[in-house]
Design a protein around this ligand. Structure first.
Ligand SMILES: [Fe+2]
Length: 204
């Protein structure tokens, strides 16, 4: 008998059942005005997020400063609780808290290289605007550096046995993962901006 152990769980669900179009229109407008307003963020993005805009280093607690983002935080927190339950995490009676929340706008030709999210336990992304052919979120097998002499996988291998998996970016969808899991966004090759909101959670 062969069983799978030590799984890597990734959560993907719509944020909510109704009202997504309205919420996304409000969020998209706020994200674009943040970009216009945030000179420090545009400067930082020029050096560290080529071709795109992120408020990661400048305005990264948006859930404390905007009622639209606070509404989003409340919705996301319910999903993070379910994900933590699915992971059988014992939070020792502590609460969970969104610590960072920032905007990413990726125009045509921008990309976001491989990274993880330090200083948090669950992270994720919510998609505000995403053309159906824009790049998804590509995750890397966390054991990749231990494969050593392992042969490559067959062309028709089961998806769970592949070294990478890509989740499509769909407006209204929320993706959650444990913060240590490395991921990237390949180059945006469609002529439309891809807008997402990323966040970190901690427990304490
Ligand atoms: Fe990320």
């Amino acid at each position: 008998m062969i069983r799978a152990w030590f799984p890597t769980l990734i959560y993907c669900e719509p944020l909510m059942g109704n009202g997504l179009d309205r919420l996304n229109a409000d969020l998209a407008a706020e994200c674009r005005s943040l970009r216009d307003f945030d000179r420090a963020g545009r400067e930082w993005s020029r050096r560290n997020y080529p071709g795109g805009y992120t408020s990661y280093a400048s305005l990264n607690e948006l859930h404390h400063f905007s009622s639209t983002f606070t509404r989003l935080e409340r919705r996301i927190t319910r999903h993070v609780r379910s994900f933590a339950r699915a992971l059988d995490m014992d939070l020792r009676g502590c609460g969970i808290r969104m610590t960072d929340c920032w905007v990413n706008i990726m125009p045509p030709s921008s990309a976001h290289s491989l990274h993880l999210h330090p200083l948090s336990f669950i992270s994720g992304t919510y998609y505000v605007a995403a053309h159906r052919r824009c790049p998804g979120l590509k995750f890397e097998d966390p054991r990749l550096d231990r494969f050593m002499a392992a042969p490559p996988r067959l062309a028709g291998a089961r998806r769970a046995n592949l070294s990478h998996v890509t989740y499509p970016a769909r407006a209204g969808n929320l993706i959650l993962f444990e913060s240590w899991l490395r991921h990237e966004v390949p180059q945006n090759r469609v002529g439309a901006e891809r807008i997402s909101i990323s966040f970190n959670y901690n427990w304490a």
